[in-house]
Design a protein around this ligand. Structure first.
Ligand code: MLT
Length: 404
């Protein structure tokens, strides 16, 4: 008899952004005249920059000729891209990371969901609360958690680390020592940042206790403050305790192109096994490489033209973030984030529940955001807006919210 992976049945409802998409679709069908503005899912709106488009065209042309055609990509990524990443994202920042410690993939969402596979099921997982749902859901699917508690709004067997106004949305070191620690900074969803000194404390804690930090740095391009690290490898000792996840989605607008990478340093050993070799084994077996044309597009991100054009593009979204922060604080909302991240975290007015505020905003202002409680129990009473809309829509959405 066929049985199913019953761990999936522990997951309540559907994936957060699927639920939102369904709700918005239903609203639009019932109100076809409504001009709905989405500041919900963190999806970009600006076109790919010319340097990337040029690289894509060139690579497509190469694929049409026998002499320059490319079949399967190397499963760990093309050398040209891994070298560009190692040089630009790490060595230029003073981080010791080699090209062969970089594993190119089809995006950070897959990597952040898949990375848990190389760890035993008995590992204890710690996550921030609120948290990007993928880290928790994939550990649930694997069977690394207990059941969902409706009352608490979270899973048994997971260490939740509250990120609240009181701690500046940076978690405290947990008393119960976790094996795997997921950290995302600049943070999704709160938009909060961690300083280098604070991150160093986590690195020291992980090294002392033998934990592994899975560090999601997908939003590093949005950092504006000097004391905020772009990579965990800026901290001393991170090579022996941290894996880093990176994405091309938010710094280069690749949400529809798909490209990301994971860094696993060779010194990272647990249970007498090199995690680098385990991840290489997993990648080799289950992944056939990101497409050649996409990797060439990724390489263009590091060209002089690409860098200049993307600085401007990131600046465009940063201007949106500032407009949301300023506009909503003038309107009397309590807002945070937005300075080192493309997300603005606002407190719902009059302690309204997050999903009630979602409905209220959709119906009264035709603006879509993301309810904080969708990211965890400590997100209740909060709401996330993204800076990835167009500038015009962002200003319009702020005006509508101000006029409520
Ligand atoms: C978000 O809105 O949280 C992000 O777009 C999700 C993602 O990058 O997968």
């Amino acid at each position: 008899m066929v049985t199913v992976n019953r761990n999936y049945l522990k997951l309540p409802g559907s994936y957060l952004f699927s639920t939102i998409a369904k709700k918005v679709k239903a609203y639009k069908e019932a109100n076809p005249q409504a001009k709905v503005i989405s500041l919900g899912i963190g999806d970009v709106t600006q076109p790919l920059v010319p340097a990337v488009i040029e690289a894509l065209h060139k690579a497509v042309e190469e694929m049409g000729h026998a002499e320059t055609f490319h079949g399967y990509a190397p499963d760990l990524g093309y050398e040209f891209l891994r070298t560009a990443i190692a040089k630009n994202d790490y060595q230029h920042r003073g981080c010791h990371i080699e090209a062969d410690e970089i594993f190119v993939s089809d995006g950070a969402k897959s990597d952040s969901g898949n990375i848990q596979e190389i760890f035993g099921l008995d590992n204890k997982v710690a996550v921030c609360d609120p948290v990007y749902p993928v880290y928790v859901d994939t550990n649930v699917m694997a069977g690394r958690t207990g059941d969902y508690s409706q009352e608490r709004g979270n899973f048994d067997g997971v260490i939740y680390m509250p990120c609240k106004e009181e701690n500046g949305f940076v978690p405290e070191l947990p008393k119960e020592v976790p094996d795997l620690i997921y950290l995302c900074f600049p943070n999704n969803p709160t938009g909060g940042a961690i300083t280098k000194d604070q991150l160093q404390e986590w690195v020291d804690y992980a090294n002392k206790n033998g934990s592994v930090i899975i560090y999601d740095a997908a939003y590093e391009a949005y950092i504006t403050q000097d004391n905020v690290p772009h990579s965990i490898y800026e901290c001393e000792g991170a090579r022996t305790c941290a894996i880093e996840l990176r994405s091309f989605s938010k710094n280069a607008g690749f949400t529809g192109v798909r490209l990301g990478f994971t860094v696993v340093p060779k010194e990272l050993v647990r249970d007498n096994v090199s995690l680098h070799s385990l991840w290489a084994r997993r990648h080799g077996t289950k992944f056939n490489g990101a497409p050649y044309i996409v990797q060439r597009a990724g390489e263009a991100v590091y060209s002089d033209e690409g860098k200049a054009q993307l600085k401007e593009q990131v600046g465009y979204y940063q201007r949106n973030a500032k407009a949301i922060l300023d506009g909503l604080s003038q309107a009397g909302f309590t807002v945070s984030g937005g300075v080192n991240a493309p997300y603005i975290w606002l407190k719902t007015p009059d302690k309204m529940a997050s999903w009630d505020f979602f409905d209220y905003l959709l119906e009264k202002a035709n603006v879509v955001g993301t309810p904080g409680s969708g990211f965890g129990a400590h997100g209740e009473g909060f709401f996330r807006l993204t800076a990835f809309g167009t500038y015009e829509n962002t200003l319009e959405a702020i005006e509508r919210i101000k006029n409520l």
